[in-house]
Each structure stands twice: as structure tokens, then as C-alpha cells.
Design a protein around this ligand. Structure first.
Ligand code: HEC
Length: 198
């Protein structure tokens, strides 16, 4: 059953954050344990890679041509090296044990979801990137949750379930669905609905 928009205001409101695996919370503990002694300014930065230099990670390592390609773990050298056999020249962690499958899966998820540094405080560029990655995945049939914000600034997380004329259908994680008139949404959410329905 689709419910009217007013009920959305009762739903959990979230502000400015993205729900995604991020570097600070999810990946940093892992690299601290497995890579720090060779890849931190605190110790040594082999191959010019320091996981405690967030600025250089953002600028040089994460990007379309970087070691870490947001949205595309399969093309990221970073992941490729971790998946090599331990006796191969470029295997990482050098002279260490291969990462566990669930650690690799977490890194792949991080990159798939846009390789964010801090999901609680994303840059404008990261936000745009996350939307691109999510839109592509939603269009490919994935169950992807977006933030939808109305004109009063109330936001909910819901997946896109179709568009009908000037309304958009969205469904929350608990299964509650809404038919929302585009004119009640803010500019970003209208743009999102349009991109999803293209
Ligand atoms: C014992 C030291 C050591 C450890 C531990 C180590 N690395 Fe490395 N890493 C190196 C060295 C030396 C290089 C530079 C030579 C090369 O590229 O193979 C390097 C290079 C790299 C590169 C390529 C950098 C570039 O710009 O091309 C990546 C990616 C990398 N390491 C990832 C990791 C990750 C992820 C971990 C932890 C899971 C890790 N390494 C652990 C020594 C280490």
C-alpha cells in the first residue's frame, strides 16, 4: 500500500550522511593492522602510499585513474594486488599473510560504494560520486537505498520503485512504500528521480 507523503515526516530523519562502508570507520582498522608498518607516514611510506595521509589518498590514490577506482573494484590495482598469490612479486601485504575473504569483501564493498573517506562528512565530490555509483547499480537491478528529501528538509532512505508522471514511488527498508509528488521534493531529489527514470 502506498501512503501519502505526510507520513514521511514521521519517519526517521537523517541529515547529510551517507550509509556506506567508509575508510575512517571500516578500512582504517584493517590497514592499521596489516599495512601500517610499510604504508604510513608514522612508519614508512613504501611506493609513496601512506594510509594516514588522507589528503593524498583523496587527491592521488582514489579516482578514475588511481589505485582505487570508485565504483569499480575490478579495475582497482589496490584490490588486484591483494588477490595475487603470496609468492607473486606484487602481492600485498608484502611478506605477510593474504587478507581474509571477508576483509577483501569489505574492501571491495568500500570501493563499490564510492570509496568514501568519511561517510558522516562526505565532500560534495564524494556525494556526487556516490549517487553516480548508486544510480548505475539501481538501474542494473540492485536494491539500492537513496536519501530523499522533501521541501521542508525532512529526509528518509528508500529505494526507487518507479515513476508515474509527476510522482515517484519509493520503498523504505521496512517495506513501507510511498507515492511522492515530485513537486514536494527538493531539487536534488527531483533530479535523482529523473536520473533514475531516464
Ligand atoms: C613489509 C612491507 C609492506 C607491507 C606490510 C605492505 N606493503 Fe604495500 N608495498 C610495499 C612496497 C615495498 C611497495 C613498493 C613496491 C611495489 O610497488 O611493489 C608497496 C606498494 C604497494 C602498492 C602500490 C603503490 C603504487 O603506488 O603503485 C599498493 C596498492 C600496496 N602496496 C598496498 C598494500 C596494502 C593494502 C597493504 C596491507 C594489506 C600493504 N601494501 C602492505 C611494502 C609493503
Amino acid at each position: 500500500m502506498m501512503k501519502p507523503l505526510s507520513l514521511i515526516t514521521l519517519a526517521l530523519a537523517i541529515s547529510g550522511t551517507v550509509s556506506a562502508v567508509d575508510f575512517q570507520n571500516d578500512i582504517l582498522p584493517l590497514v592499521k593492522e596489516r599495512c601500517w608498518k610499510c604504508h604510513s607516514n608514522e612508519e614508512e611510506a613504501k611506493g609513496g602510499l601512506a594510509f594516514d595521509d588522507i589528503e593524498s589518498l583523496r587527491k592521488s590514490q582514489i579516482g578514475e585513474h588511481g589505485l582505487i577506482r570508485p565504483g569499480d573494484p575490478g579495475k582497482s590495482d589496490f584490490v588486484e594486488r591483494l588477490k595475487l598469490k603470496p609468492d607473486e612479486e606484487e602481492f600485498m601485504p608484502k611478506n605477510g599473510d593474504a587478507l581474509r575473504n571477508r576483509e577483501l569483501a569489505l574492501i571491495e564493498q568500500w570501493i563499490s560504494e564510492g570509496a568514501l573517506i568519511d561517510a558522516a562528512n562526505p565532500s560534495a565530490e564524494e556525494l556526487a560520486r556516490v549517487d553516480d555509483v548508486k544510480i548505475i547499480s539501481a538501474k542494473a537491478g540492485g536494491e539500492v537505498y537513496f536519501q530523499w528529501t522533501n521541501r521542508e528538509g525532512k529526509a528518509i532512505e528508500a529505494r526507487y520503485a518507479g515513476r508515474e508522471g509527476e510522482t515517484v514511488k519509493i520503498v523504505m527498508k521496512n517495506g513501507r512504500g510511498f507515492t511522492v509528488p515530485l513537486k514536494s521534493l527538493n531539487e536534488e531529489s527531483v533530479a535523482l528521480a529523473k536520473r533514475l527514470s531516464e
